[in-house]
Every structure is written in structure tokens, then in C-alpha cells.
Design a protein around this ligand. Structure first.
Ligand SMILES: Cc1cc2nc3c(=O)[nH]c(=O)nc-3n(C[C@H](O)[C@H](O)[C@H](O)COP(=O)(O)O)c2cc1C
Length: 217
């Protein structure tokens, strides 16, 4: 087995594909799908989206500097794709996709009610790099659907069936492998043996796969 070297390209996959909502100066709402989305900073909370200037939504982003990131789910997969292949120049995407508008509390942009998480953002800077302009933005507020809060007050996004995007294909998220720091967590033998499938510890992978399969030469 050997690696093939390719010309430079974008290969960070899988990634989220989010629906970004915007409103232009005339008050027209629109949605575009964005996969070039990322976390920039924890404190202050900042995100980025990279958008091509030829997108219809670009003008609204430049004019108002406001947008909402709406996370996507299996149920929203069709709308996610539609909003990424049809333009607001020709379609009212909220109407076409039967999406419900909810007014943002910090930005004058409609949030998508059907999305489990809406992130209100205010642009700080626009960096023009080439094909895309990266808008870095402050997160002003986050709205989460209380249907996904568990009895311990934890937000369980996995119950909303989030989707990811990889090399042109949408996927659902697979099985849980472990929680943050599990690789160094001390687990007693008895605990592992008695753990039920519903127990987090019982499901966590205790050794990386390559360690198990690599043969000694
Ligand atoms: C899965 C997916 C991801 C996309 N990611 C981006 C992106 O990161 N940046 C971008 O400018 N366009 C992206 N697009 C394309 C726009 O969403 C698309 O051109 C859309 O029709 C623009 O809408 P608008 O003209 O109403 O603004 C993506 C499309 C799809 C289907």
C-alpha cells in the first residue's frame, strides 16, 4: 500500500454542511448552503464562513454583516442540498423547502426553526483570498432546540441526527467511539466487564484499530 500524491486541493473531510441564512437591505430573506464553515476562536466565540462573491447571498452578507448558521440534520438534508444548488435570485428557499422563519434576537436575520441549533453571527472582517471571501464573525447568541436536552441538562445533538458532507456526499453520523479524553481515562477491568451496552464505557474503543491489526515482522 502506498500513498498517491495529488495536486493541492481541499481535502479536509468530512465536514458539516450548514444552512446560512441572510437578509438583504430590502428585507429579503435567503438561505445558502455552506461547507466552508469553521470555528475560529473559543473565547471570544468566533466562526468563519467562506463564500464566493458570485453567490446571491454575498451582497446581503457584505451589506449587513449579519448571518445565522443553522445546523443541518437528516430531516433537513433535502433542504440543505436544495439551498446549495438553487439561488435566491430565482427562488424563495424558505417557501420552497417549507422552512419556518424565526426572528433572530441579536441580528436582523431569520433563523430556521426546524434546525436544532441556530448561531447568530456578526461579521468582524472579510478576507478576500481568491475564489472565496472568508467572513470571520463574532457569535452573538446560540439557540438550541430543547427537545434535545437530556435530564442532566446536557444538549444531545446526536439525537437530532446531524449530517456531515464528504467529497460531494451527505452522510449521517455513525456510532459513538468515545468521549473527550477517553484514551487516557482509567477504566477498571470489572467496570468494563459489567458495563451494559447503554453504558458509555462499554462502547468506547479501548485500543486503536491499527494497534490490533499490525503484525510483527
Ligand atoms: C454541500 C454544499 C456546500 C456548499 N458550500 C459552499 C461554500 O462553502 N461556499 C460557497 O460560496 N458556496 C457553497 N455552496 C454553493 C452555494 O450554496 C450555492 O451556490 C447556492 O445556490 C448559493 O445560493 P444563493 O445564490 O441564493 O446565495 C455549497 C453547496 C452545497 C450543495
Amino acid at each position: 500500500m502506498s500513498k498517491i500524491e495529488w495536486k493541492p486541493g481541499n481535502m479536509v473531510y468530512p465536514i458539516p454542511a450548514v444552512m446560512v441564512s441572510v437578509r438583504d437591505k430590502e428585507g429579503k430573506d435567503n438561505i445558502l448552503t455552506v461547507a466552508w464553515v469553521g470555528t475560529v476562536c473559543t473565547n471570544p466565540p468566533m466562526v468563519s464562513i467562506s463564500v464566493r462573491p458570485e453567490r446571491y447571498s454575498y451582497k446581503a452578507l457584505e451589506e449587513t454583516g449579519e448571518f445565522v448558521i443553522n445546523l443541518t440534520t437528516e430531516e433537513l438534508a433535502y433542504a440543505t442540498d436544495f439551498c446549495g444548488v438553487r439561488s435566491g435570485r430565482d427562488y424563495d428557499k424558505f417557501k420552497e423547502c417549507h422552512l419556518t422563519k424565526e426572528e433572530g434576537s441579536h441580528v436582523a436575520v431569520s433563523m430556521i426553526k426546524e434546525s436544532p441549533v441556530n448561531i447568530e453571527c456578526k461579521v468582524r472582517e472579510a478576507h478576500k483570498y481568491g475564489s472565496h471571501t472568508m467572513f470571520t464573525a463574532d457569535v452573538l447568541a446560540v439557540h438550541v432546540d430543547d427537545a434535545y436536552m437530556n435530564e442532566n441538562g446536557k444538549f444531545c445533538l446526536e439525537n437530532a441526527n446531524p449530517i456531515v458532507y464528504s467529497h460531494g456526499t451527505y452522510f449521517t453520523v455513525g456510532e459513538e467511539l468515545g468521549t473527550f479524553g477517553y484514551s487516557v481515562k482509567k477504566v477498571t477491568k470489572e467496570k468494563t466487564a459489567t458495563a451494559k451496552t447503554s453504558d458509555r464505557i462499554g462502547k468506547e474503543r479501548t485500543k486503536p484499530r491499527w494497534k490490533k491489526s499490525r503484525k510483527k515482522k
